[in-house]
Design a protein around this ligand. Structure first.
Ligand code: URA
Length: 438
């Protein structure tokens, strides 16, 4: 086979065969196809798209580029979830312990932050001592022992995705549905889930900005899961404002713990979101007949304290200090904490959530380059939502910064991201629908 023929075929809007797709992924991963040739093919795919058959072929080829995790010698049914990324999304920290406390073991491989969008591992690492670096044997032993593991994505799973993703990042080919879908699903399939719940974020703080695009991405990923024999559901959820109130690593861990403890200060939108994702996980695992019954089980697991105990067990099993759960002030604390207040009175019309994510990165809570260190303590807590009426001088957000310079920069970005108008504005929905296998 010849890479020039493959590029020109896609450039001229023809379908690639399964053999051509497999050959490209294998040879690119081996280094036999150069980056500039792979870039040309990615751009041709970006411009001309891929059929359902091509997309599943690409996903399977990426998945087969490395090892596959098989937990079936430990678990009867493997449940997994994935979020397409956003700001303030700490759902895994709450949902996985609750699902495990309901008797459905969960061993999740998570990632780090990507651009302005936070990552589960970075959040969890703000707990002193906690580590995501577990071998496959350790993952199996821990999930058999306590029913819950949160580990780092190993480089041996879907290695072609790491290489292709890095190339897409620097060739403006990230925002392409078949490429996003195959990237996410190859990792999920390699991680071995029998049931997969996809949380497809839509809005100003997500990679996908419109409901139409989000639905198409969800359908593409659900079709891939279905064709690969996995029971897959996608929840379309809003990301036009941060999920919950906190954004920034240790602030999000604290909010997740408050939610598991059912503290009065825990935000309702975040809890609703956790119930939705968690109930689909229990439902796919056959834990109850209806989604309502699954929700009731999750509420019971939170109210009985079983969920927070499961979280504590996971933290201590992975080397973390369990007493932060009872003493949140032992989490890393920022040096300079101050409020941003509204400069006018009116209704919040719009929030540029991507900008808010960049505010966290600028404060030091995310990375501009792969090697950048993370400051776990920084970020913001924003108690206001789209549709809220605010008066001039009211607190819009509390910024946790390393110093006054960082605070001032974040303050400007946050103020310019929140639009306040005179006319009444409707609240945003939390969800835009659910896509099931067809
Ligand atoms: N997350 C991924 O893993 N891949 C993409 O392409 C986009 C988001």
């Amino acid at each position: 086979m010849n890479i020039l023929e493959i590029i020109s075929k896609k450039r001229d809007k023809h379908e690639l065969s399964s053999g051509e797709i497999n050959w490209f992924v294998k040879e690119y991963t081996n280094g036999a196809v150069a980056d500039y040739q792979a870039s040309a093919l990615l751009m041709a795919i970006y411009l001309n798209g891929m059929s359902r058959r091509e997309t599943i072929d690409l996903t399977m080829a990426i998945m087969h580029s490395g090892e596959q995790l098989d937990l079936h010698d430990t678990l009867d049914f493997v449940i997994d979830k994935h979020s397409s990324g956003g700001v303030g999304d700490k759902t895994s920290l709450v949902v996985l312990p609750l699902v495990a406390a309901c008797g459905v073991p969960a061993a999740k491989l998570s990632g780090r932050g990507l651009g302005y969008s936070g990552g589960t591992l970075d959040k969890m690492e703000s707990i002193p001592g906690w580590t995501p670096n577990l071998s496959i044997d350790q993952i199996k032993a821990q999930v058999a022992d306590i029913g819950l593991v949160l580990a780092g994505q190993t480089a041996s799973l879907a290695p072609a995705d790491g290489k292709l993703y890095a190339l897409r990042d620097v060739t403006s080919t990230v925002g392409c549905l078949p490429l996003i879908a195959s990237s996410i699903m190859s990792k999920k399939l390699a991680a071995g889930g029998d049931g997969i719940v996809l949380d497809v974020k839509i809005g100003s703080g997500a990679f996908v900005k419109t409901v139409e695009e989000g639905r198409l991405l969800a359908e593409t990923m659900v079709n891939i899961g279905h064709d690969a024999g996995r029971n897959t559901v996608a929840v379309l959820s809003d990301m036009n404002q941060p999920l919950g109130n906190a954004a920034g690593n240790s602030l999000e861990v604290a909010e997740a713990i408050r939610t598991l403890r059912n503290d009065r200060s825990s935000p309702d939108d975040f809890w609703e979101h956790c119930l939705k994702i968690g109930s689909y996980m229990l439902y796919l695992a056959g834990r109850a007949e209806t989604l309502e019954a699954c929700e009731a089980r999750l509420i019971e697991a939170r109210d009985s304290g079983d969920g927070i105990e499961k979280f504590r067990q996971m933290v201590t099993a992975q080397g973390g200090s369990g007493d932060i759960i009872d003493n949140l002030d032992r989490l890393p604390q920022a040096n300079f904490i101050a409020d941003v207040t509204a400069t006018s009175t009116g209704y919040i019309k719009q929030i540029d959530t991507e900008n808010l994510g960049w505010a966290v990165v600028n404060l030091g809570g995310g990375r501009r380059q792969k090697t950048d260190p993370i400051n776990p303590a920084v970020g913001f807590v924003m108690p206001v939502k789209v549709g809220d009426f605010v008066v001039k001088g009211q607190v819009l957000a509390t910024i946790h910064a390393d110093n006054v310079g960082g605070f001032n920069q974040a303050k400007q970005l946050i103020l310019s991201s929140i639009q306040i108008v005179g006319e009444k504005v409707d609240k945003l929905p939390l969800f835009y629908g659910v896509v099931n296998s067809s």
